[in-house]
Design a protein around this ligand. Structure first.
Ligand SMILES: [Fe+2]
Length: 135
């Protein structure tokens, strides 16, 4: 069981949608790796990827919000901050104890669920705001 991009996740800002697609692709890789018993190895790869990509992605989203004078910037920023904290926490744990199955499961459950929920609610609101501001 993998995770696939679907049109209902589009927020209508192409650059951001493409970044979301890339993020989901990486999580899909982890899900697939789990099925072939390569979860721990793939989690390390995902962590390295997320470290850089999430910062870039959130920064791009937030720059867009500032540019458009988005009223919910603070809340949105706080959500991004929370996600980064979770990634860092997981990374600290795996650095100390090594990667175990529960880290892989947590990443799939918690981070992926958060991401899908965030995209389909909070990011979509941003997309709608930008769209309405443009007309
Ligand atoms: Fe966001």
């Amino acid at each position: 069981m993998g995770i696939e991009w679907r049109e209902s996740l589009a927020i209508g800002v192409e650059a951001i949608d493409n970044q979301h697609k890339e993020l989901l692709l990486r999580f899909d890789k982890l899900l697939n790796a789990c099925q072939s018993g390569q979860g721990a190895e793939e989690l390390k790869k995902l962590q390295i990827f997320l470290d850089e990509y999430v910062h870039t992605h959130f920064r791009d989203e937030e720059e867009l919000q500032i540019l458009h004078g988005y009223p919910d910037y603070e809340d949105h920023h706080a959500q991004h901050k929370y996600f980064i904290e979770q990634i860092n926490k997981l990374e600290d744990e795996t650095r100390q104890d090594g990667v175990s199955t529960h880290h892989v499961v947590e990443t799939n459950n918690m981070l992926l669920k958060w991401l899908l929920n965030h995209i389909s609610k909070v990011d979509k609101e941003l997309g709608a705001f930008i769209k309405s501001a443009a007309h």
